[in-house]
Design a protein around this ligand. Sequence first.
Ligand code: 6PG
Length: 245
Amino acid sequence: MNGQIQVFADPADVAEAAARLFVNIIAQQGGKQFSLVLSGGSTPQRFYHLLTTSPWREQIDWGNLHLFLADERFLPLDHPDSNFHMIRETLIDPLALSGGGVEFPIGNIHPMPTDGTVEESAIRYESELRQYFGDDPPRFDLMVLGMGPDGHTASLFPNHTHPVAPWVLPIHHSPKPPPTRLSLSLPVINQSRHVLFLVTGHDKAQALTSIRQSEVKPLPAGTVKLHDGQLIWLVDDAAMGLPSV
Ligand code: 6PG
């Protein structure tokens, strides 16, 4: 298994550990601009909500933070199933409404475009990454990833072949609805300075066991191996297949 694994009793403890690591990683940047990639799905929502509450909210310099997405479902950004819609609902809007009203500066939030064709949107998002990172492959400061029961991460699914060149991939025939998506590519993920995997629940135990046992043909989440960075798996007992106490 690549990286280190930290096991916690339940999803609440995983979310708190993620918040603690997030604050520490940002503090290491010393007030410089910080590129954060967030994932969709249900697992990270507890973590996103926690960041909007004390004491975590006050410890983060939100004005220096640029927010990107690891993947996106090819739906209108106000669709209830959109990853960006979920992040806006659980993180962006509550921060703006919280005490002291945290507003992300315009231009610091980078949703994946979901109008036009998915191929055009992938090219447009890559252009947006080039505007931020220049022409070197993007090296995000922190990426928060989830893992599906089949071992997928972002929108990189088992038995799907993905070209390595593009930074942003158009995805068709996703086994997790909707079928059409956008995803950062594995080489971009592996360039990150820090990756936190948040994995909870019994339904993840089989895939996590396969990855922990480093089976010959690793599942997509098991292929995340940072070239020069810190990869930490934050998992709960259920995802480890341990009995709930
Ligand atoms: C999505 C996510 C996806 C997610 C995993 C885990 O579009 O759903 O980006 O990659 O991280 O499917 O989802 P859960 O956290 O809901 O189990």
